[in-house]
Design a protein around this ligand. Structure first.
Ligand SMILES: C[S@@+](CC[C@H](N)C(=O)[O-])C[C@H]1O[C@@H](n2cnc3c(N)ncnc32)[C@H](O)[C@@H]1O
Length: 366
């Protein structure tokens, strides 16, 4: 990198930190200094920008490379069968999650989902490389991240493995942060994070912040930030449930649920992601941009399609019934914001609740 690139990158980092501070995402001065110091560009020499509606490939040779790197956007860094399977998370969301993690000097942290290594670099800067372990399921991504971290002067332990298993050899941890999506908090994490330690993890379309207590239990609320993370996967897969194909037409029934609400109301979609986990979703629009059909499908082959006021469903679970039940709850409770929802996790079960653990939210399956 030329001196000019480094100087320009430093200016852009300071400007981004200003923007995030003004937007309320980066309020902690210690983390602000970390974001201002650690460069993002060595971790994303090539990516696909998602910000302009397409998936334009960008490399360090492109004139707008640095501007895109230091915008508050996610950058896709691996595509598999047209699906983004690795990315550098938007810095504003990273800042919100890192601050929620509430680290203190001397804390030992497990990061699940190394991706580019940028978040591991931020953690290493804040706590020291010796205090950070990061796990990535894709061996090539882990190799690249380790090498880029090394060149940037950071040496956390980079493990190739399935973060759903945590990394017992490095336990106990004071903090665990995950940056790929989950529908269930892995029970083994509760054994690897010490009592009074914290877990910050994307769950459904939100991010939950849990405090671990004695006896293998963790509990906490969702953060107010919107979050959409790529699903935790096995190496070599995309993590997206395969579309079952159009099942044989089943007889339909009428539905009064507005398709635009299901397709466009992010807060409702968040509730839906908790009530009907592991369910993929697509919508169709007419030339005017109005939603004309919504389709859902799940890992177990369940499928639903709603259009023209009629829904057809097939498979072991009635997905549209779940959508309607979630909407009933959402409307009845006055469209609650995501920070009113919370989760209790034990080795055996995970319960979603609204406002208090004593007010459980029914899920279609657990
Ligand atoms: C959003 S990216 C992580 C961003 C990363 N923290 C960074 O700073 O660049 C999600 C990553 O999760 C990884 N991943 C998916 N499933 C995983 C699993 N089961 N265990 C560990 N990593 C996983 C993906 O390969 C991908 O690299």
């Amino acid at each position: 990198m030329t001196t000019h690139t480094e100087e320009r990158a430093a200016e852009l980092r300071a400007a981004l930190a200003d923007t995030l501070e003004a937007g309320g995402q980066l309020t902690d001065p210690t983390w602000r200094e970390v974001f201002e110091t650690v460069p993002r560009h060595p971790f994303v020499p090539e990516f696909w920008t998602l910000s302009d509606g397409g998936q334009r490939p960008v490399s360090a040779a492109c004139p707008d490379w640095l501007d895109l790197v230091y915008a508050d956007d996610a950058l896709a860094t691996q595509m598999t069968d047209g699906v983004a399977t690795s990315s550098s998370t938007a810095p504003g969301l990273m800042a919100a999650m890192l601050q929620a993690l509430d680290v203190a000097d001397g804390n030992r942290v497990l990061e699940v989902a190394t991706g580019t290594g940028y978040n591991a670099a931020l953690l290493s800067k804040r706590l020291g490389s010796d205090q950070v372990v990061t796990v990535e399921v894709d061996p090539e991504l882990a190799r690249l991240a380790k090498s880029r971290l090394g060149r940037a002067g950071f040496t956390p332990i980079v493990v190739t493995g399935d973060g759903r298993d945590g990394y017992p050899a490095g336990a106990p941890y004071d903090r665990l942060i995950a940056t790929c999506g989950f529908s269930r908090i892995p029970a083994v994490w509760l054994e690897q994070v010490r009592s009074a330690g914290m877990i910050v993890c994307p769950l459904g379309w939100g991010t939950v912040c849990l405090v671990v207590s004695d006896h293998g239990r963790a509990e906490g609320h969702f953060l107010p930030s919107r979050s959409y993370f790529m699903t935790a996967r096995e190496a070599g897969t995309t993590g997206t449930p395969a579309h079952p194909g159009r099942p044989r037409p089943t007889s339909g029934r009428l539905t009064g649920l507005d398709l635009a609400t299901v397709a466009e109301d992010d807060e409702f979609r968040f509730v839906l992601s908790l009530v009907a986990p592991e369910t993929a979703f697509a919508s169709e629009r007419d030339a005017n941009g109005h939603v004309t059909a919504v389709e859902l499908w799940a890992v177990d082959g369940s499928w639903a399609r709603s259009e023209d006021g009629t829904v057809r469903q097939a498979g072991p679970r009635l997905l549209w019934d779940a959508v309607e039940a979630a909407h009933e709850l959402y409307a009845e409770k006055g469209r609650p914001g995501r920070e009113r929802f919370g989760v209790t996790v034990t080795a055996k079960a995970q319960r979603i609740w609204l406002d208090a653990p004593s007010c459980p939210v029914p899920c279609v399956w657990s």
